[in-house]
Design a protein around this ligand. Structure first.
Ligand SMILES: CC(C)=CCC/C(C)=C/CC/C(C)=C/CC/C(C)=C/CC/C(C)=C/CC/C(C)=C/CC/C(C)=C/CC/C(C)=C/CC/C(C)=C/CC/C(C)=C/Cc1cc(C(=O)O)cc(O)c1O
Ligand SMILES: C[S@@+](CC[C@H](N)C(=O)[O-])C[C@H]1O[C@@H](n2cnc3c(N)ncnc32)[C@H](O)[C@@H]1O
Ligand SMILES: [Mg+2]
Length: 269
């Protein structure tokens, strides 16, 4: 019987250390060396649109669309201070900078970050609005908070997700947003994102995901509400391999929580 567990519940003992450790002042580590080695290996082809990170490139317009729907301003990113956690090669960071944001990208993969820096340096229109920092988020000492913190396709790759998310939440300004995308822990997600996407279709690099690290939207929503944050929206997003594009569910599209990939927006009181 598969143990039903919630990685975000404070009493839950994760494999490395009990989450109770996160209740102390000292935060648990959030970086898995195995995960970072995986993304280090992908760094070289990150900006190859038909390369191994193709689905992330294809996902970009959809996540900009989702965040724009939530922020509901004419120019949702212009002039905003944005922190992109787990920015990788900078696919989303560059898009938000192109829309006028001042973006700080943080990633634990030095190789991916070097690719991000190198790629942004080539574009005078955005390079002055982009800054990249290497290292675990829990070790960063920022002298400011951010209007928007993005964390796209990252939380399913960290250890101690509770500590990871709490570090991010501390970096959001009051009334600011934390925008996430990740994968739900369901059988359908396991079949689609691992069996089909990695093993059968090969559209995601083999070994990218560990089903045990998937987090359900209701678990994330409960976690934010425990911290008295408002959950603005939870939206399913499905990759359509025949159309090679991501389809974002419409608001209120289904009373069911998303069963595979989803995006979630939470707002700080
Ligand atoms: C309990 C146990 C032991 C389970 C084992 C799991 C297993 C091995 C199962 C195999 C058994 C089997 C053959 C099952 C299939 C039949 C079945 C019983 C299904 C039941 C579940 C179900 C209803 C599944 C739905 C599947 C379905 C409807 C198929 C029919 C046709 C169809 C709709 C096909 C669509 C295919 C499709 C949608 C493909 C897209 C796959 C996908 C979701 C891709 C997204 C991948 C992703 C996560 C992208 C983000 C990303 C990307 C990258 C990157 O580097 O590009 C990196 C990242 O970190 C990312 O997060
Ligand atoms: C699938 S990639 C997503 C990249 C980017 N967010 C995007 O969607 O285009 C996941 C990224 O998270 C980074 N990562 C994983 N664990 C991390 C952690 N604990 N702290 C910071 N970055 C991390 C990896 O190095 C990798 O670059
Ligand atoms: Mg992922």
């Amino acid at each position: 019987m598969m143990m039903k567990y919630n990685l975000l519940r404070s009493g839950y003992k994760s494999f490395e250390r009990g989450l109770l450790g996160s209740l102390s002042q000292q935060r648990n580590h959030t970086v898995s060396n195995q995960e970072i080695q995986h993304f280090d290996a992908l760094a070289k082809t990150w900006w190859d649109w038909d390369g191994e990170s193709r689905l992330l490139h294809l996902m970009n317009p959809t996540r900009i669309d989702f965040m724009s729907q939530i922020i509901r301003e004419k120019t949702p990113f212009a002039g905003k201070q944005v922190l992109d956690i787990g920015c990788g090669g900078g696919i989303l960071s560059e898009s938000m900078a192109r829309l006028g944001a001042n973006v700080t990208g943080v990633d634990a993969s030095k190789k991916a970050l070097d690719v991000a820096k190198d790629h942004s340096e080539k574009d005078p229109k955005i390079r002055d609005r982009l800054k990249y920092i290497h290292g675990p988020i829990e070790k960063q000492n920022f002298d400011k908070q951010f209007n928007i913190v993005t964390c796209m396709e990252v939380v399913e790759h960290v250890t101690n997700p509770r500590d990871f998310l709490e570090s991010l939440m501390n970096l959001v300004k009051p009334n600011g947003y934390l925008m996430l995308s990740t994968i739900s822990r369901t059988f359908m997600a396991r079949v689609l994102t691992i069996f089909l996407a990695e093993k059968v279709l090969g559209i995601v690099p083999d070994g990218t995901h560990d089903y045990q690290k998937y987090i359900r939207p209701e678990e994330l929503a409960e976690f934010f509400r425990e911290h008295h944050w408002k959950v603005n929206d939870v939206r399913g997003v499905m990759y359509h391999p025949l159309q090679s594009k991501w389809i974002l569910a419409k608001p209120g599209d289904s009373c069911l929580p998303p069963l595979c990939n989803y995006m979630l927006s939470a707002q700080k009181p």
